[in-house]
Design a binder for this molecule. Structure first.
Ligand code: ZN
Length: 265
């Protein structure tokens, strides 16, 4: 009997350690395999450079930033409203909730010409509240229009939105909401994106990064100075469909210059 108890005890002892090891290795695999990231908790922005070791997330030229207007330098315009070569009718492919934002994807996409290169519009998505701040002011919504060139260079146009009257374009965008995490809807409809931009095309520009992992650097940022106007309901509908505060915090400017580009020089 004593021998039986001893064997049982030994068995339990071995099992305890091997099971514990399994649980730990599962935990490690999870961290390596899924590469989850989020806007709060253990996978929030301050941990992205640890989770994504080979990414640019810990780099010197990251986005977003706070733009201090008094410190900007006037630039010769490389990009103005006439260079937004958006057609009146472009094909909107689908909308998805990727768990981080609401994203609209474009099939052929519209193009822009920026610093001697043509860029195709790939997708647009939203942040609530804004990621970039201007003179410390955080806007209710920031829209990112992500463009890629044939050389895989990236230019992001950023439109800030403040609360006021309803926007017809946002009513259209939000007619596909709510969308659950991982859910998408095929649209295949034409849309006029030229109405998305503010009346004044003055903009700030600087060299930064994607604001989500892998935080790739050498992204051209074009941030329109004048916010557009959308209604409180439109802000709330987006807010309720995206993770709370889906914005990355301000990154140090380091040795970068932010330019101000005036439409009418
Ligand atoms: Zn974004």
């Amino acid at each position: 009997m004593k021998r039986f108890v001893l064997i049982l005890f030994l068995f339990a002892f071995v099992c305890f350690f091997s099971c514990k090891k399994d649980i730990e290795s599962d935990k490690n695999d999870n961290r390596k395999g899924h590469k989850d990231w989020s806007y709060d908790g253990e996978t929030s922005p301050e941990h992205w450079d640890e989770i994504f070791e080979n990414s640019d997330c810990g780099g010197e030229h990251q986005s977003p930033i706070n733009i201090v207007e008094a410190k900007t330098i006037k630039s010769e315009t490389e990009f103005n409203s006439s260079k937004i070569l958006y057609d009146k009718e472009i094909e909107l492919k689908e909308v998805k909730n990727n768990g981080h934002t609401i994203e609209f994807d474009f099939d052929k996409g519209d193009s822009i010409h920026y610093i001697n290169e043509n860029y195709q519009l790939i997708q647009l998505h939203f942040h609530e509240p804004s990621e970039h701040t201007i003179n410390g002011i955080r806007y209710p919504i920031e829209i990112h229009l992500v463009h890629k060139s044939t050389k895989n260079n990236l230019t992001v146009l950023s439109v800030l939105a403040k609360e006021g009257n309803e926007s017809q374009l946002f009513e259209f965008f939000e007619s596909f909401l709510p969308l659950k995490k991982g859910e998408y809807k095929v649209i295949n409809k034409t849309i006029d994106l030229t109405t998305l931009f503010p009346v004044s095309k003055d903009y700030y520009s600087y060299s930064g990064s994607l604001t989500t992992p892998p935080c790739t650097e050498n992204v051209n940022w074009v941030i329109f100075k004048q916010p557009i106007v959308i209604s409180l309901d439109e802000v709330l509908r987006l807010k309720n469909t995206m993770p709370i505060n889906n914005y990355r915090t301000e990154q140090p400017l380091n040795n970068r210059i932010v330019y101000i580009n005036y439409e009418n020089k």
